[in-house]
Design a protein. Structure first.
Lengths: 375, 291
């Protein structure tokens, strides 16, 4: 089987296909610290793409509460139970990925969810890691924690769904790395449903095919961010491309945050699919839990994020989150502003580091109304 | 992404070649009848028709391989009236599995005929380049139920499912397919149907599909089909008949000739055991004698 480099694991690994890297790789940064679990992203995606009969339970975008939540229920725990415990040494993964130690007659290590695993799309919502004892909430900072994890397909560099499909109905686009299921070719074997470690391929019992997040490709082709990114109320998301054919560019916000600063980390890199949604870990959550989820660079990423106010360049990149519906290809911090340009070189974002203060008269003479703090 | 030709595939190809050299394990006699051919699997004529036992094996040559087989033989029979041919296949299955859902698969059976001399019994061969073309006629329990009881929708699998709104759908909950989805705008979310996927059909005339294949992973449904089929599950056994004209003008159809000694192969999928796609039981080429 071909060997492919997986930079997230610090080593090469076996993968069933010998596919070259795409021209560029669609990627996202999600700042977990800012997500408010409003589910606007889930609704934006569902309204546009999965409101059909047979798609009732399909959430290409879902937001779950960790540590207990997950959709489908236990999607990650069930795989971790089957897989070897992740072992890292100096940034290198020593344990096996889902593609390794498999016979040539076996699909990647995976599990088929049970129908009932889809019965509660937000089970465990707002559940804390442990109960708050009597009077404990008066005692300043308490040790209980939880966080919201927004999830979409990772448009993996080494996708398990592609590896598992026996008739190559799942493919990764060369132009942007978006992973799609050919809806004409799919015969509903559900091998992708079983193999995707993130459970982002879903079976549609009316169409009788498997369907997955399409990365909003019709928008991406127009240079626009995905619907779940545009709709995000908390502005936790940045959507763009990672360079694949050249060295990471410091003026590309995705390259900068993911490859150069490494402040945003892949979800369960140990599975080995090289996922491309990168998370800024929640700073209040214990490291042991986060390391299991985001790998060994958690401490470093947390520290960087906590001193963000002293790093104008990184802060500038982060102010581009939710700034425009155009995909930002290039950014620059200039004085007290960050400026973003799209791939055509058109300015699409200009965000001040400090929002100016506007003082408005109590009485609006034009509309003949008194202003309240809600108008 | 292009599949890389891996070593194990080549090894299993060698195995397949050796194995197929010993073909013709059974001889099915296609019997000539006067008058109408029976198209009902339970028709009385079948009691007088010779039946041949054909061994089926778990598919273990390509991934995903079937590690737990649940059937080891099928019974095959055939009748012709000189114009059409009817194949009847039966196998033991304690329970009929018909519906689909996440991780839920229907029972199915297929018969296969070579369209090229070098066609190997499992899908014609390994790669598209090295294989001979085969015709496959595939029957699926789900499609039989669609025909017998109406298109199998969400409520047939989840009786308490409730959803109040589907864009551009007419009528009331539960909005059945196809009745509530007459407005073409409501089809925008039936992506596979819009893409012309032959599996995403809401009004089906036959529970079977004609396909061609030229190597593993290349199975392709045909736009036109001359086959009619019917499957019945009774007393722990599936019986399925396939009927089609002996000859057609379609180059992707096998053309049966009077007096020929031909070859047929079988495949069986047991839904209960998660069988689908390559997770199947298959037979070697089996000889049959035309009258
Ligand atoms: S997240 Fe799952 S469905 Fe998406 S590309 Fe990766 S393996 Fe495929
Ligand atoms: S990228 Fe588009 S298709 Fe994918 S989850 Fe977001 S909104 Fe849905
Ligand atoms: S819209 Fe944004 S803030 Fe709201 S749940 Fe989704 S990711 Fe979180």
């Amino acid at each position: 089987m071909p060997e492919r480099n997986n930079w997230q694991l610090g080593r090469d690994m076996t993968y069933p296909y010998d596919a070259p890297l795409p021209q560029k790789q669609v990627a996202y940064v999600f700042d977990i610290n800012k997500c408010i679990d409003c589910q606007t992203c889930s609704v934006a995606c569902k309204n546009a793409w999965t409101s059909g009969k047979g798609e009732e339970y399909v959430f290409w975008n879902n937001v779950e509460t960790k540590p207990y939540g997950g959709y489908p229920i236990g999607w990650d725990l069930k795989l971790m139970e089957k897989a070897e415990l992740a072992k890292w040494k100096g940034g290198k993964l020593e344990s096996k990925t889902i593609f390794e130690d498999r016979s040539p007659l076996e699909s990647p290590l995976g599990h088929m969810p049970n129908t009932m695993d889809y019965s509660a799309p937000n089970l465990g919502e707002d559940e804390l890691s442990q109960a708050v004892g009597q009077g404990e909430h008066f005692n300043g900072l308490h040790p209980m924690w939880m966080f919201y994890l927004a999830r979409i397909c990772n448009h993996c560099t080494l996708p398990a769904c592609v590896a598992a499909c026996p008739r190559q109905a799942v493919y990764k686009r060369d132009e942007d790395g978006i992973v799609l299921i050919d809806q004409e070719r799919c015969r509903g074997y559900q091998e992708c449903v079983k193999a995707c470690p993130y459970k982002k391929a879903f079976y549609n019992l009316i169409s009788r095919t498997s369907e997955k997040c399409i990365g909003c490709y019709p928008r991406v082709e127009q240079g626009e961010v995905a619907l779940c990114v545009e709709a995000c109320i908390g502005k936790i998301r940045l959507h763009g491309f990672l360079s694949t054919q050249e060295e990471p560019r410091a003026d590309n916000p995705l390259d900068y945050l993911v490859k150069i600063k490494k402040v945003a980390l892949p979800l369960y890199p140990q599975f080995g699919t090289s996922p491309n949604v990168y998370y800024i870990p929640p700073v209040h959550v214990p490291n042991a839990f986060l390391e299991q989820m985001f790998g060994p660079s958690v401490l470093q990423a947390k520290a960087m994020y906590q001193s963000l106010k002293d790093d104008k360049q990184m802060l500038g990149a982060m102010m581009l989150f939710g700034a425009n519906i155009r995909i930002v290809d290039k950014f620059k911090v200039e004085g007290d502003e960050v400026i973003g340009w799209d791939a055509k070189g058109t300015e699409v974002a200009r965000v001040p580091f400090t929002e100016p203060t506007y003082v408005r008269e109590h009485y609006d003479a034009k509309h003949k109304v008194y202003r309240h703090n809600t108008t | 992404m292009k599949m890389n030709q891996c070593k194990p595939c080549q090894a299993s190809l060698a195995f397949l070649l050796t194995f197929s050299a010993g073909a013709a394990v059974a001889d099915i006699t296609v019997t000539k009848v006067e008058g109408a051919l029976p198209t009902d699997p339970m028709a009385a004529e079948w009691q007088q028709t010779p039946a041949e036992k054909v061994i089926v094996m778990p598919q273990t040559m390509t991934k995903p391989s079937l590690t737990t087989p649940s059937v080891n033989e099928v019974m095959a029979q055939a009748l012709t009236d000189g114009k059409s041919i009817v194949w009847r296949v039966s196998w033991q299955d304690a329970e009929a599995d018909l519906n689909v859902d996440v991780g839920r698969f229907p029972d199915a059976v297929a018969i296969e005929f070579p369209l090229a001399e070098n066609a190997l019994p499992m899908m014609g061969g390994v790669t598209r380049e090295s294989s001979g073309k085969v015709q496959i006629i595939y029957w699926k329990g789900l499609w039989q139920k669609d025909i017998d009881e109406g298109f199998q929708g969400v409520r047939d699998v989840h009786p308490n499912a409730f959803s109040s709104k589907y864009w551009f759908a007419e009528g009331e909950t539960p909005h059945t397919v196809p009745e509530s989805f007459k407005n073409p705008l409501s089809h925008q979310w039936f992506i596979a149907k819009q893409a012309g996927n032959p599996g995403a059909v809401f009004t089906r005339s036959q529970p079977a599909q004609e396909l061609v294949a030229k190597g593993w992973g290349t199975i392709t449904p045909q736009p036109e089909s001359a086959t009619t089929a019917k499957g019945v599950w009774k007393d722990g056994k599936w019986t399925v008949v396939f009927s089609r004209p002996l000859t057609t003008d379609d180059p992707n159809d096998y053309q049966f000739k009077a007096g020929e000694k031909g070859q047929i192969a079988f495949a069986v999928w047991q839904g209960k055991n998660g069988n689908r796609g390559a997770l199947k039981h298959w037979s070697n080429w089996t000889a049959y004698q035309m009258p």
